[in-house]
Design a protein around this ligand. Sequence first.
Ligand code: ZN
Length: 488
Amino acid sequence: MQAPSSEKRPGKQLALGLATLAAWLTLACDRPSESVVVAPGSATPDIILIVIDAARVDRFGAYGYPKSTTPNIDTFAEDAVLYRGVRSSAPWTLPAHASILTGMRSGDHGLHFAPSREVRAKVNALRDSARDRLLASLLSKRGYATLGISNNRWVSKATGLDFGFDNFFLIPSKPEARRRAAAKWLGRPATASTAAELSVELFEMQLEKATPQRPTFTFFNLIEPHFPYLPVDRFAGQLGGDRAALEELIRTHRFLELSMLGGGVQPESPMLSALYDEELLQVDDAVGKILNALRKRDLYDDALIVITSDHGEHLGEDGRYSHQLSMRPELLDVPLIIKYPGGANAGSAVDLPLASTADIHQTLLASTWRENPHAGNWSQDLAKPDAFGREWNLAEYYYSPWYLLQIKQVAPNFDNAAHERVRRLVFTASGSHALDGREDSPLLGTLPSPIREEVQQYLAGLIKTEAPSPVILDEEDLDALRELGYVR
Ligand SMILES: [Zn+2]
């Protein structure tokens, strides 16, 4: 992955090293005098959480990418704190979002692939304990008006991630269905042509209705960088992309994404890469409009605004595509940019190599509670980087035999049996350690003590916990997942 440029932020380098005292003392010298980014939560700031689906950290200008993919987000980063080293808890949408929204690891929240060959039972349900921790639910109890806008069906009522929102809009991916839904929601035809633009329109509608006395929490899933990379006319060709080339591939391969995952089709990486960049440019435009909607109403300065992604994307590295079946940095390394109320520590960067997107949960809650009743779990408050105490981080991938068979049916040479294993990567100060799914994995021996014992305890806890019941998907869900390339 491309190293971010530190020259962009002269004199403001907040570097928190690995969670050892020695590293802490060494690096603390570089920090500004503030040891706390935000005063202990005494306010109820408006909170905006923007998750850009499948957005790789190394494609953001703010993280050093040389092409102009994210001009609006780069400008926003000057008002915000930029976190480096943050990883997603999982390499795909469902468990990754569940971790952001519950602050829990994949194994703990349970919302991931089910070990089932049954098409309608392809994912497990969110555990009750995780449901109780959903951000919208907790912030509602705190008095927030809550709005969810999702462009991805994995983040919707179908999987229970809409729970706790006062209003939740799942934007259809097909243009005709989207137009119909927009007319119903807005009470007039939408001016938006893309899902992201409709997301902005819905947000503006809610802002118009908002009561000034009541703080708001808005969650977005914006899906542009997700496959297929087909930017609309306004952005197509802006960064050298050839949309017609991908459209031709889609025409000639009915289940292109599954085929790419199974090695059946290997499109040229530069072709995909340029189109992917244009999708980022397209989503950046929508993010700019969300931020401008806040600025226009004088809500921007005092708001807490988070921009991140659920996971990255493979664009042909070593024949890898999309975002499954891999635990590489292209999928697990994600951007995280947080603008705190009043612009605290604006323009600084923090290195936290053991941070997780699950930490967004605690960071948001800590901003609103002086005595936060939800502290003390896996998720930690990133507004106080010098108190960050995690010694190890974890990413997990629970496989689906059903999904692997889908791939094999499209790409007959795909070795589905080789992928029938839970993958775990444990990150420590000394690097990453791959484990298999067993509690007594001999690979645990590669971990230093006491991390080894803590990981063992985590695994033992998972095995003792009753497996969550599967989610049964209906025809409409399956149809939508077909659009996303998950179902044949
Ligand atoms: Zn995703």
